[in-house]
Write a protein that binds this ligand. Structure first.
Ligand code: SF4
Length: 248
């Protein structure tokens, strides 16, 4: 098959595709989108993300290729890296969990990019790329490594772009377009981790607010005490003095 000078862009969801789709179009670079994300669970969530992307890509005239939904393949790929590892600041397990999370995400990227590269070769694309890098919650360096490794194995180019600085723009666009926005990465572990991390952040925020309130009340009390003392000092005599004076 003749290889076209085009990119097959791995897409994780519609919100993350907003900026890359626009940049490819503005730069007049030829590309197609590829949705292969067997990490997403449950199946209803997978359908929801895919349905939203289908409609978004269709409206923009972007060709969308779809890989199979194969959660068993994902479980096999993750293997011993499976498990819930929340990343909670100040938690003694943070560093250990971070290493475990990185290993799991690496295996997850590797599977998705392996299929991406195979699909690129099958359909004659010359390079592969991914929208995943727009998320500040992903491991960009690991992702770039895995994309390059998959590209090399299949003899295509890696067109990795780090989009993460444009994350706020993608959130804004997703809101403007009314796109479905999920609140966890995709796998079942990430769903629980996101819940635990949100809960921990909420507790930390409350503790900070409480400390700030305590701090702001302290000077007020001091001010009030100072004012009372000043009033007393400025007063010519108190009631007991009057009585004493009258008696004299
Ligand atoms: S957190 Fe996201 S990237 Fe990491 S394993 Fe889960 S789905 Fe994959």
């Amino acid at each position: 098959m003749t290889t076209m000078n085009t990119t097959l862009l791995h897409v994780c969801c519609a919100p993350c595709s907003t900026v890359p789709f626009q940049l490819f179009s503005e730069n007049e670079e030829s590309f197609s989108a590829f949705f292969y994300n067997p990490n997403i669970q449950p199946a209803e969530e997978y359908e929801r993300r895919l349905t939203c992307l289908r409609s978004f890509a269709h409206d923009r005239g972007v060709e969308l290729k779809e890989g199979a939904y194969d959660p068993e393949a994902w479980d096999t790929a993750i293997g011993e890296c499976a498990g819930i590892v929340p990343l909670i600041k100040d938690d003694p397990s943070y560093e250990e969990n971070l290493a475990l999370r990185k290993a799991r995400c690496r295996a997850c990227y590797a599977l998705r990019f392996e299929r991406l590269a195979a699909c690129a070769v099958q359909h004659g694309f010359s390079s592969i790329a991914t929208t995943l890098s727009i998320s500040p919650y992903q491991f960009t360096d690991i992702m770039a490594d895995e994309l390059l490794a998959a590209a090399k194995r299949e003899g295509v180019l890696s067109g990795f772009v780090d989009y993460h600085k444009r994350y706020p723009v993608s959130v804004k666009r997703a809101r403007e377009f009314g796109l479905y926005r999920q609140n966890y990465c995709g796998c079942r572990y990430s769903k629980t981790e996101a819940e635990q991390e949100r809960a921990a952040r909420k507790i930390a925020r409350k503790a900070t607010q409480k400390a700030a309130q305590k701090h702001s009340h302290a000077p007020t009390q001091n001010r009030a005490a100072r004012k009372t003392a000043q009033t007393r000092a400025a007063s010519p005599v108190d009631s007991s003095s009057v009585n004493t004076a009258e008696a004299q």
